[in-house]
Design a protein around this ligand. Sequence first.
Ligand SMILES: [Zn+2]
Length: 263
Amino acid sequence: MTSPKTTTELPTAENPPCSPVAIALTAENLGTEVVTLYVGPKRKQIVVHKKLLCNRIEYFSKAFDGRFKEGREGIIYLPEDDADSMSQLVDWLYRCTIPPIIQSTMPARKLYYLAEKLCVSEAMNAVMDEIQKYHKVYSVHFNPNQMLDVYRSTHERSKLRLYVAAQAACSFRVLKHRKTWDANSELFSKMSVDFFRDIMRIQLDHWDKLREDYVWPQRHNIGKGLDLCDFHVHNKDNLSNGNVTQTEQGNLENLEAVNREEN
Ligand SMILES: [Zn+2]
């Protein structure tokens, strides 16, 4: 993961940079007022500086702006959200780091879902980078269950969906997937139309380029391919799908690695 930079400026919800930026934890940036979030069905209590929270996440700036009871009392209940993910998101607000992925991307995916729901693009980008790094380092990709989970938990312009579709399209293109298909045909039947539409779109646009280095271009350092930013949300994207950049021709090595799913 990229080492967080430090700045004395407080990035705002209106102008998030794509790289992680840790703020200086000064009284000026944090303020003195704190608010309390009660998250999940068990109402996990999370106390956070109001200024930090509201400057970075528009949802909370509206919830705590004084017009609502939450704003006046400094308390908000979020029973449907994941408490651990919210803790990680708040930790990210302070330290600009997210937990490393160990063995499973599930916690990272849940953090992404929450960050996407709250439109915290910097956090989404940080999680996306971590997922890509994990997949690259361990030569694994999402399994069908995880793909299903992503499509059920994100919106149709999600960059995590785009990443899943690129992985699936790449895998179907370059590998012997008959076995994978047979083993997971029932699961694939549960995938939404969006999933297959996204795969077809990528295949139509980039059939010749669907290869290992398409999804993990930095593995072999071959020319231009998809890079981390292709799966980021940037200001200019306004949460829309970005166009996928093209990959140049290169050596196709280690194909088996593409076909290893996460546990
Ligand atoms: Zn970026």
